[in-house]
Design a protein around this ligand. Structure first.
Ligand SMILES: NC(=O)c1ccc[n+]([C@@H]2O[C@H](COP(=O)([O-])OP(=O)(O)OC[C@H]3O[C@@H](n4cnc5c(N)ncnc54)[C@H](OP(=O)(O)O)[C@@H]3O)[C@@H](O)[C@H]2O)c1
Length: 231
């Protein structure tokens, strides 16, 4: 395999492992202190990746919020916020969404070769559409991002992306925030789908840190030998 970025997966889930509710209303699983922690993690990365469903459902900005963090990035010769990246099969993406319209950094959209034309027609100048091959694999996407200069990649969900990165053993670190309530509805989106994960009972992941952040808890796992203790 060619080189890939140091890859950090980050998400917040309920006590029963859900990333969201099944309903229309977006479920808040984090708090201000934790959002600020995520902001700091974002500021230290070169790119943030989310799946197309998250772009459609959450309409996220994916920007570094704190002024001093943005200024510190600019002082390092970087854009105020990292590159934004998404992946789609069907290219049902709205170029007026906040993912595309906010921030100065480039927006990349990976899609299968068969959808390239549709994606480019739909998104126009809002994003750079990248040919992900017959089927987009997270390995190939990671290698392509590395070739574009991305050395630290933050994957912020949803579960489809976490599943693919974990099952393909492409993640170096996991930040899992647990909120103190249950969703209790199997129609809701789980943290991961079924899969053959490298970390089973016989080969557990390494718990690197546990931190209380108000009423939520952050579990930090080392998933590879590249894990950076101080990150
Ligand atoms: N709690 C948290 O921390 C957190 C964080 C993020 C998201 N969420 C929640 O998670 C939910 C979304 O998660 P999700 O798992 O349903 O969706 P997702 O991972 O955000 O996006 C899935 C979509 O991404 C595209 N995609 C993924 N892998 C692909 C591949 N290999 N090739 C081509 N396209 C690919 C497809 O897009 P197309 O459908 O366009 O083809 C697919 O439907 C939302 O409810 C969101 O609010 C929660």
């Amino acid at each position: 395999m060619r080189e890939r970025p140091y890859t950090l997966l980050s998400c917040a889930m309920s006590l029963d492992g859900y990333l969201d509710s099944a309903g229309d209303e977006r479920l808040v699983l984090s708090n201000d202190a934790d959002l600020d922690r995520v902001d700091d993690v974002r500021a230290g990365c070169d790119a943030i990746l989310v799946g197309a469903t998250t772009v459609r459902r959450d309409d996220p900005r994916l920007l570094v919020r704190r002024t001093e963090r943005r200024e510190e990035r600019v002082a390092r010769g970087l854009k105020p916020s990292p590159l934004k990246v998404t992946v789609t099969g069907g290219a049902e993406l709205d170029p007026t969404g906040r993912f595309f319209t906010t921030g100065e950094s480039e927006k990349l959209v990976y899609c299968p070769s068969g959808t390239l034309g549709t994606a480019r027609a739909r998104l126009g100048a809002a994003a750079t559409v990248v040919d992900g091959g017959a089927q987009v694999s997270m390995g190939r996407l990671s290698e392509d991002l590395h070739a574009r200069g991305v050395r630290r990649l933050l994957v912020e969900g949803g579960g489809t992306l976490h599943t693919q990165f974990l099952a393909a053993d492409l993640a170096d670190e996991l930040h899992l925030v647990v909120a103190p309530f249950f969703v209790g509805d199997s129609q809701a989106r789980r943290f991961v789908d079924d899969g053959a994960f490298p970390f089973g009972p016989g080969h557990p992941a390494t718990l690197a840190d546990v931190r209380r952040v108000g009423e939520v808890v952050l579990l930090r796992y080392a998933l590879s030998e590249r894990f950076e203790e101080t990150a």
